[in-house]
Ligand binder design. Structure first.
Ligand code: SAJ
Length: 436
């Protein structure tokens, strides 16, 4: 079978690694950059983390973290205590530069401002033999057509005087520290020598297999993975809407269908959030607007889900004077503190626009544009609980205790998380997304 892979290996000999590879600048200390910097520092590299936010630099320089991720605090503290990790706001000379800055969506296109400015900030320090790695998720050809030309303003030639590769991050928030080590990696070099050089570095801490290819293939591999998941979730969400009409339980349908050896549905829900799956498919649409029809439609189906939830919520409080609605969970998914692109945001906006007083509780989230309440306060005199994020804590709520606080005992579970029989026994009238 033919493959775009140039070669693959699980661990190249480290002894062949030249000494200069041991000083690394990691640009961007977010969900990917900070764990990567900390892992490299604990592997004995001298790591300088760069972030444009002074508060982030200060936090890391105190051995602390500004994001929630299991195990990260311990790792960053260990890295900091080893003396191998420090942070600052601009780069300095190093052997390796890793760019892990955000690539948000603006008007359904990739906003590459941060990649561009991080790349520009490297130029004054770029030296012969350096390795530059782009980890940020980007539209196809960004490494070749944006990053390489900027770096070449140094007078050095990509692939000849310095090495350049795209090594997309593929770790799952909530499980980053395990996946950063265990996941297989795709390394796309601007030329085979660049891919090989990047492989030397990743081979030091990646236990999974490393596959080498070209930069544009690597960019598309990353986007395709998240698109695959988005299309699968869109199918589950469409099925939920169909089941709603047919008065069949989508959760039963999916569970039973998944017993087929070649079927693996993901779950329906209130919509797809986060900084990855809700964004990356648009990077493909951007480059192939005439042909990426299924990809675009899947995005649209998933973006419609918060409105489906609001329609159901409105039906449930119809006729209630001054309805009060409790939104449980605003993180984009279970057990994380990240609210970027969370479906909770359009749900809250639309409920408020419909005249509902919205109370919000999320045990993981500290910062949110709306006021966050403790659970007790959020349930007080409420007419409806809408479970938006399936945090583990919500599964252990006592329906009888919650019911006592509420004005009207109603529950809408958008995640299929709660035992509705238990809530019904406590006097709740319940609906579950996709259950008719
Ligand atoms: N979701 C559903 N139904 C499901 C699974 C997820 O509605 O069955 C929703 C979640 O609630 C969430 C969104 O989809 O709102 C995305 O969550 P996720 O857990 O599927 O993925 P992310 O965005 O946290 O991380 C993804 C991962 N990609 C893949 O699994 C292919 C991760 O490995 C990537 O590194 C990450 O994107 C990234 O940074 O690109």
């Amino acid at each position: 079978m033919s493959s775009p892979t140039l070669s693959s290996s699980s661990s190249p000999p480290l002894s062949s690694s030249p000494a200069p590879l041991r000083k690394i600048c990691v640009l961007g200390l977010g969900y990917i950059g900070l764990p990567t910097a900390a892992v490299l520092a604990t592997q004995g590299y001298s790591v300088v983390g760069i972030d444009v936010k002074h508060s982030v630099v200060d936090t890391v320089n105190n051995g602390k973290i500004h994001i929630e991720e299991p195990g990260l605090q311990t790792l960053v503290q260990a890295a900091y205590k080893s003396g191998n990790l420090r942070a600052q706001s601009s780069p300095e000379a190093a052997a390796v530069f890793i760019i892990a800055v955000p690539t948000p969506l603006r008007d359904k296109k990739a906003d590459l401002t941060a990649v561009e400015s991080a790349t520009k900030s490297i130029v004054p320090y770029l030296a012969e033999g350096n390795l530059v790695i782009l980890e940020s998720t980007v539209p196809p050809k960004t490494t070749e057509e944006l990053v390489a030309p900027i770096l070449q303003q140094s007078g050095l030639k990509a692939g000849k005087d310095f090495y350049l590769a795209h090594c997309p991050e593929r770790v799952l928030p909530g499980n980053i520290l395990r996946e950063i080590i265990e996941n297989d990696r795709i390394i796309g070099g601007i030329n085979p020598e660049s891919a090989g050089k990047a492989e030397e570095l990743y081979g030091e801490f990646v236990a999974g297999k490393i596959y080498l290819t070209d930069a544009t293939t690597a960019e598309l591999v990353k986007l395709s993975e998240n698109t695959f998941r988005d299309v699968n979730i869109a199918l589950a969400n469409e099925l939920a809407t169909i089941c709603e009409k047919l008065r069949v339980d989508v959760w039963d349908v999916i569970e039973l269908a998944n017993h087929h050896p070649r079927v693996s549905f993901l779950k329906p829900g209130p919509g797809v959030g986060g900084h990855c799956i809700s964004i990356d498919p648009w990077f493909i649409v951007e480059k192939a607007s005439q042909t990426a029809n299924l990809i675009r439609l899947s995005r649209e189906i998933n973006d419609e889900q918060p409105h489906v939830v609001v329609r159901m919520a409105k039906e449930m409080v119809q006729g209630t004077a001054d309805p009060k609605v409790t939104v449980l969970g605003v993180a984009y998914k279970a057990n994380v503190d990240d609210t970027r692109e969370s479906p909770a945001i359009p749900i809250i906006q639309e409920l408020e626009a419909a005249g509902c007083e919205v109370r919000i509780a999320d045990p993981h989230v500290q910062r949110f544009p709306w006021k966050l309440s403790q659970a007790q306060e959020a349930f007080s005199k409420s007419d409806l609980v809408v479970l938006v994020t399936n945090h583990a804590e919500f599964a252990t709520l006592d329906p009888a205790e919650v019911g006592k606080l509420m004005r009207c005992r109603q529950l809408l579970d958008t995640r299929g998380q709660l035992d509705l029989d238990e809530w019904r026994q406590a006097g709740f009238s319940c609906r579950r997304l996709g259950s008719g």
